[in-house]
Design a protein around this ligand. Sequence first.
Ligand code: ADE
Length: 248
Amino acid sequence: MFFTVLTIFPEMFDPFWAHGIIRKAIEEKKILTSTINIRDYARDRHQVTDDRPYGGGSGMVMKPEPLAGAIRAAAQTVPEAKTVLLTPQGQVFDQRMAQELASWDGLVLICGRYEGVDERVCRDLVDYEISIGDYVLTGGELAAMIVIDAATRLIPGVLGGDQAAEKDSFSDGLLEHAHYTRPRIFEGREVPEVLLSGHHQEIEKWRLESSLMRTLLKRSDLLQKKTLDRQEIEILKKWHHVIKSLIQ
Ligand code: ADE
């Protein structure tokens, strides 16, 4: 996967490329990355990338020419790459989208700044618009990092065998189960006995119950959307009986 980021602040990405799983993915050539400074494609002497909006109003708009130049330069490196604009008006990013992006060959991420991007660029040169949530950031850079981070960890071979992504929260419509590590007793609180038992089937059952419970308590909206399997229905029925007996 080739990520190309178009931004007026390329230096914001230097620490991002240099740490953790992203750094390892770059070193192991699972991902290739580059940043293009949109300013380099500005035609005027002062390398201006914004201008006042036609029709008046507050704020500035990203000029089309530098952005178009940067997008075309990125397309020369990876012609099959899809172009994504980070904007609060885009489709809201989720795990399913991260999975889809992780299967693409190349992604050009355009980080908008100011009040927005000239509409002609959005219409003619952008394949997708992605938002990371219903709030407004000062620019698309942090959003681009989030998208790159979430997609990269799903690329085969990026996470080690013991960090597999299949059990991630959201990957099967549930939040992930609770986790514990040493010490066995921390400030008087013990690790659940079953996790020390070595009994894999029982551990898997406990983890499923933990996942279901956390999803019910923290994100019941996810359960409404999910198609439950037989085992999950049995667990919910068991709780239903317990709760019913408590309130009777
Ligand atoms: N740029 C500004 N706000 C954003 C958001 N919520 N998502 C993606 N890009 C943005």
